[in-house]
Design a protein around this ligand. Structure first.
Ligand code: NAD
Length: 352
């Protein structure tokens, strides 16, 4: 740790139970007048509630957000923003809804308020993934960073246990990779260790009792820190594999992270001494094995076969994941990636 670079991102965070009722204050704080509230169709009721809380500052509700941020959905939403005379957006939901607000901000440069309801952490990053003609591409741009984030635990209480488990593992994946990523730094490290502890403690409680507000707050706090670490330190092999597999086989985002994480971590463990501290947090003699045990404990998937990847896709995935070189603490070749994906496909515990 003789040198590091840390980029602090300019956004305001309000972590408060009931904070959703203050959404109007956040609009005012931004110096804006009319907010269009975005959600998926499934969470339209959350959007309507926020629209009511905004009163005269609401420009209405647009419940069209969908997975992977398709460009045609963004373009229709841009027309709706202009027709409604909105000068900012409020995104209530997971990474899909926040992705739509980010995609609008990229094109129209209007500020966003994010009200996250999963543990994906997109609200804390300048990263945007978008899909066009079946191809998902990712960019980094400060314009897509929300101006303000409201973490209100009440909106997470309805997140089903199964999605809570995989979304929480998705958050842990950000922290694991931020520990050894190229832009790793001591500030992110503090966030990662605190976050993994909070999530590893909270997730088993949540799957037993999804209404446990204290555990939900711990998980939300952990997810916030994980998003922050991802936003400042970056990622490596694990995220690359998940993007490749998700894009190639249309696999669910959080499930893919959950399955691949123990194997990618097991692969990197010997080359990334930063990971050693996680053994104590997970009470395990290996980090990859401990993550696999945690996934099992919370009833999350542990095999790519179980989440819909075809067996004959392993070769193609190994080709795709090694087509463009990228940095990872342990160098790898196609045979390494083939073995890693095969292990994740079979669902065996890594490091055994
Ligand atoms: P999601 O946003 O697709 O949500 C999954 C489903 O759960 C949706 O139908 C949603 O409406 C519903 N849901 C969300 N919260 C709920 C709640 N509290 N109660 C009931 N239902 C709820 O899933 P996600 O995993 O949060 O996001 C995945 C997307 O986010 C992917 O496209 C991924 O690429 C992106 N992502 C981006 C970043 C980034 O930094 N850019 C980071 C993580 C994820």
């Amino acid at each position: 740790m003789d040198h590091f670079t840390y980029t602090a991102l300019p956004l305001r965070v309000r972590f408060e139970r009931g904070g959703r009722t203050k959404v109007g204050d956040e609009v005012e704080h931004l110096g804006r007048k009319r907010a269009l509230v975005l959600s998926t169709p499934e969470q339209q009721h959350h959007a309507e509630e926020l629209s009511d809380a905004l009163g005269g500052r609401s420009a209405g509700v647009l419940a069209t957000a969908t997975m992977h941020t398709p460009v045609d959905v963004t373009e229709a939403a841009l027309s709706a923003v202009r027709e409604a005379g909105a000068d900012c957006t409020v995104a209530v939901g997971g990474g899909s809804t926040i992705g739509l607000a980010k995609a609008i901000a990229l094109r129209d440069d209007i500020p966003q308020i994010a009200v996250p309801t999963t543990y994906a952490g997109s609200e804390m990053t300048t990263i945007l993934g978008q899909t066009e003609n079946g191809v998902k591409t990712t960019l980094k741009d400060l314009r897509v960073l929300p101006a303000s984030v409201i973490y209100d635990v009440d909106y997470t209480l309805s997140l089903p246990p199964a999605i809570s488990a995989t979304s929480g593992m998705n958050a842990i994946a950000h922290a694991i990779e931020a520990l050894y990523a190229q832009e790793k730094n001591p500030i992110s490290r503090l966030q990662c260790l605190e976050a993994i502890g909070a999530l590893a403690g909270a997730l088993p409680v949540i799957v037993d009792d999804p209404g446990d507000v204290r555990a939900r707050q711990e998980a939300q706090y952990g997810a916030f820190l994980c998003g922050m670490a991802l936003g400042s330190a970056g990622m490596a092999l694990h995220h690359k594999l998940c993007h490749t597999l998700g894009g190639a086989f249309n696999l669910p985002h959080a499930d893919t992270h959950t399955v691949v994480l123990p194997h990618a971590t097991g692969f990197n463990e010997a080359a990334a001494p930063e990971l050693a501290a996680i053994k104590d947090i997970l009470s395990s003699n290996s980090v990859g094995g401990g993550l696999w045990d945690l996934a099992k404990q919370i009833g999350a998937p542990t095999s790519l076969a179980d989440i819909g990847m075809p067996a004959d896709g392993i070769d193609r995935a190994a080709d795709l994941a090694t087509q463009n070189p990228y940095w990872n603490p342990r160098p790898f070749d196609r045979a390494d990636i083939h073995a890693l994906i095969s292990q994740a496909y079979a669902g065996r515990r890594p490091n055994d």
